[in-house]
Write a protein that binds this ligand. Structure first.
Ligand SMILES: *[C@@H]1O[C@H](CO)[C@@H](O)[C@H](O)[C@H]1NC(C)=O
Length: 463
């Protein structure tokens, strides 16, 4: 057996084990670990999140200097769930500071090295204190976009300017007082900033995060500077370092032939789309967390059927019962409904003409990277801000008419994006952004160079 390499530095990585947070943090950790082979990375995650994260072949094969470790999910022994929303997340967050402190101390003993840097999901604002106690640096990863990051950074300013009590009458006003958010409306902000429950554990976490992030050695984000130059400039002035390293989707999946063969595509979506004409197909997916209510699923199906637009629809098996009677049989030639689809590859394919999406940040950025216009149906959190940016800032898509799917509204949107001149303009804008995204991650591009800065902040710690 090979001898353990001698590591000269130790980084603790703290993952947020819900939604699609842990996967991009692991992807970044892998890259940092490959670029800094003499640093050992202790990656903390809950057992449940870890097992889904590492079950894919791709992720199981980690660099030798990444150690994956369990941290408690924070659910007390014998706890009886009440079933309220966000319950597991709240239990985790409340217990997280102590659980991470203990887990880091144990890892330091095992490795025989003190942790020099704490690399965390940005949600973990308490890492500012943990890092200070340990005389380590704190580097925070905001896994969504710069608009929502700004909304949380400026939560107090938004509350003071708009007024928590007056907010209902001011929903249509824009946030002109925040540099880069001039086109965002009050109603686009995530709930918990100025409307909704301002006192939930989660709202409080994000508020605290906004206050703590200026203390971080660096804040980094899965985006590229050219996408939002004004926001980028402003956030650089607020944080010690603000580093754009994306789009990560352009880095993780290679386009080389041998690797394309390895793309996980159990339902044959790529073989199917191969035969369609350029920019003709609607790809529909609302991410891993969200499903539109049954009535909207019916409206989507009806809109697809009457528009005759070819489609790939990623829909969880358990929701297929909501589809209209006979829909699957009648549309067998027109499209496919699958429980899972290779999203990044579909969005890169030239036959994909529109992405119908909830506008989660990863999805939006993957669509930008593929040059695909969007029809947005935001539900919660940062999704409204992302959808608004798609529609009025980048002009690469539109929000669904009246905010929810109806047969006619959806049909009109498909027609506008896929057929009308308007849609051609969106496609042109999307193509330009795609080129900028590719440039950003190629040699000497902004994200490429910025990654060196991140490596420097995490591995070559100079504090
Ligand atoms: C993480 O998950 C993988 C795959 O299920 C498993 O092999 C590994 O033992 C897990 N590690 C920890 C620390 O839970």
């Amino acid at each position: 057996m090979a001898k353990d390499p001698i590591y000269d530095s130790h980084v603790a990585v703290l993952a947020f084990p819900f939604g699609t947070h842990a996967a991009p943090l692991l992807a970044v950790t892998r890259r940092l670990a490959s670029a800094g082979p003499t640093t050992v990375f202790s990656f903390f995650n809950t057992a449940q999140s870890n097992s889904s994260l590492l079950s894919s072949v791709d992720d199981a094969d980690l660099p030798a200097n990444v150690r994956v470790l369990d941290v408690s999910d924070g659910v007390p022994d014998g706890y009886v769930f009440s079933g309220r929303p966000q319950e597991t997340m709240e239990l985790f967050l409340v217990a997280a500071p102590e659980n991470f402190r203990e887990a880091i101390a144990a890892a330091e003993k095992e490795v025989g090295r003190k942790v020099k840097c704490v690399l965390t999901d940005a949600f973990f604002w308490f890492a500012a204190d943990i890092a200070a106690e340990m005389k380590a640096c704190w580097v925070a990863f905001w896994t969504a976009g710069p608009n929502s990051l700004s909304a949380h950074l400026y939560t107090d300013l938004i509350r003071e300017t708009i007024g928590v009590k007056e907010v209902n009458g001011r929903m249509e006003e824009t946030l002109g007082f925040i540099s880069g958010m001039e086109k965002m409306r009050v109603k686009d902000t995530p709930e918990g900033v100025v409307f909704g429950n301002l006192d939930s554990v989660f709202s409080n976490t994000l508020h605290q995060m906004g206050l703590a992030l200026p203390r971080a050695t660096a804040v980094f984000i899965n985006s590229f500077e050219e996408l939002d130059p004004t926001l980028t400039k402003n956030l650089k002035s607020e944080f010690k370092r603000y580093i754009n390293i994306g789009p990560l989707a352009l880095l993780s999946s290679s386009t080389s032939q041998t690797e394309t063969l390895l793309v996980h595509d159990p339902h044959g979506c790529l073989a199917w789309i191969e035969k369609r004409s350029p920019a003709s197909v609607a790809y529909i997916s609302f991410g891993t967390v969200m499903t539109p209510p049954p009535g909207e699923l019916v409206a989507i199906a009806q809109g697809l059927e009457s528009s005759k637009v070819p489609f790939v629809w990623s829909l969880k098996e358990k929701n297929m019962v909501h589809l209209p009677n006979g829909f699957l049989e009648r549309t067998r030639e027109q499209g496919m409904v699958v429980p899972w689809a290779p999203q990044v590859e579909l969005l890169k394919h030239e036959a994909t003409g529109v992405f119908v999406t909830h506008c989660g940040w990863n999805s939006v950025l993957e669509s930008v990277s593929g040059g695909v216009p969007m029809i947005c149906r935001p539900f919660f959190g940062d999704q409204r801000l992302n959808g608004r940016a798609v529609e009025v800032v980048w002009e690469i898509g539109m929000t669904i008419i009246n905010g929810v799917f109806t047969k006619d509204g959806f049909e009109k949107c498909l027609d506008r994006v896929l057929v009308q001149d308007d849609g051609k303009k969106m496609k042109g804008n999307a193509k330009k952004l795609k080129e900028q995204a590719h440039e950003a991650v190629s040699a000497k591009g902004s994200s490429f160079e910025n990654f060196e800065g991140l490596l420097d902040a995490v591995v070559n710690i100079s504090i």
